[in-house]
Write a protein that binds this ligand. Structure first.
Ligand SMILES: NC(=O)c1ccc[n+]([C@@H]2O[C@H](COP(=O)([O-])OP(=O)(O)OC[C@H]3O[C@@H](n4cnc5c(N)ncnc54)[C@H](O)[C@@H]3O)[C@@H](O)[C@H]2O)c1
Length: 249
């Protein structure tokens, strides 16, 4: 029987690339996104998917989604919590509404979706992959809400790994470096783009597929003894200290 993955934020970007790789490996995918129009449009061109519009930060909507998946799918083998929101701003301009909007999707969403699908994942001894960011690992300017939400995701992953390992459920976290998606391009100025190039040993942005490869591997049997890990897929960003731009010139 084909395995099933639930991928949130699947209508575009890293979530869509992840969906495509799962399909190429013979999985079925439940594509979840709160942009119902785009989700339906994209899913219409893919075989082996179900399009399930849902706001992952809304507890009632997530409960309804879990009931729908329970009734419609025979199994859930992997949950990829990828839906995310970026809002960069100085600390003094980040009011509580902006803070909550980021936390609601990026951290509450991961918590709610994981809670809802633990029973199904117990049955398959399945996998959770949460998408954090290099902003979870390194502080930077303008990321008081985004970076803190992603650091929460990284720690939540470890909590899940420790507690759910008993049921054979693995939980891991992928920390992508910059990728030219709609989310990133909305907050990356020309200066930020140039600074990333300078700070990344591979000297470029990553692609959606390069991030998706790590996600799908962590969900697969090939990663059967890997849990509680944070995997940076970042062109070497996390490894660097000072001096890289100077070495290049
Ligand atoms: N692109 C990057 O440079 C980068 C770097 C590090 C981490 N990430 C993370 O990767 C993940 C995917 O980002 P992306 O770059 O592909 O962004 P994207 O904007 O292209 O895609 C995000 C998707 O999530 C959906 N979404 C947003 N809020 C939602 C909600 N409440 N409920 C359901 N769906 C929702 C959007 O509609 C969209 O389809 C995010 O968690 C992001 O923080 C991205």
């Amino acid at each position: 029987m084909a395995k099933t993955a639930i991928v949130t934020g699947a209508a575009r970007g890293i979530g869509l690339a992840t969906t495509r790789l799962f399909l190429a490996d013979g999985w079925h995918v439940a594509m979840v996104d709160n942009d119902a129009e785009e989700l339906t449009r994209v899913a219409a061109d893919l075989d082996g998917v179900a399009a399930l519009p849902c706001d992952v930060g809304n507890p009632e909507a997530v409960a309804a989604l879990a009931a729908e998946v329970d009734a419609g799918f025979r199994r859930v083998d992997a949950l990829v919590n990828n839906a995310g929101l970026a809002d960069f701003g100085p600390i003094e301009e980040t009011d509580f509404d902006r803070w909550r909007a980021v936390m609601r999707t990026n951290l509450d969403g991961v918590f709610l979706m994981s809670q809802a699908f633990v029973p199904a994942l117990k049955e398959t001894r399945g996998a959770i992959v949460n998408i954090a960011s290099i902003s979870a690992l390194r502080a930077s300017t303008l990321r008081v809400a985004y970076g803190t939400s992603k650091a929460g995701v990284a720690h939540l992953t470890q909590q899940q790994a420790v507690e759910l390992g008993e049921y054979g459920i693995r939980a891991n976290c992928v920390c992508p470096g910059p990728v030219r998606t709609k989310l990133a391009m909305a907050v990356h100025s020309e200066e930020i783009i140039a600074a990333y190039h300078d700070a990344i040993p591979l000297n470029r942005y990553g692609t959606e597929t390069e991030i998706a490869e790590a996600i799908v591997w962590l969900c697969s049997e090939k990663a059967s003894f890997v849990t509680g890990q944070r995997l940076s897929v970042d062109g070497g960003f996390e490894a660097t200290g000072i001096g890289l731009p100077a070495l290049r010139s």
